[in-house]
Design a protein around this ligand. Structure first.
Ligand SMILES: [Zn+2]
Ligand SMILES: [Zn+2]
Length: 76
């Protein structure tokens, strides 16, 4: 329909970051520009809400998606 993310998605990302205190799930660092990471992939129909998202810093997030970070994010 439209490209880009719906505003509900942006809102969910903001909520999860505030819930986690902007703290990275993996390294525990606090970053103002931390990312909202989807535990369920949005593209696979995972709802964009704070129960399906986690906070990760840009560095860990990038590593995670490039498969270099050895973490089990589902059982955290
Ligand atoms: Zn991190
Ligand atoms: Zn991610």
């Amino acid at each position: 329909m439209s490209k880009g993310r719906p505003s509900s998605h942006i809102k969910a990302q903001k909520e999860v970051k505030e819930r986690e205190g902007y703290m990275c799930l993996r390294c525990g660092g606090v970053f103002k520009d931390s990312h909202g990471h989807h535990l369920l992939y949005y593209s696979e129909g995972g709802p964009a809400n704070y129960q399906t998202m986690a906070t990760m810093c840009p560095g860990c997030h990038r590593k995670y998606h490039s498969k270099k970070a050895n973490i089990d994010i589902i059982r955290f």
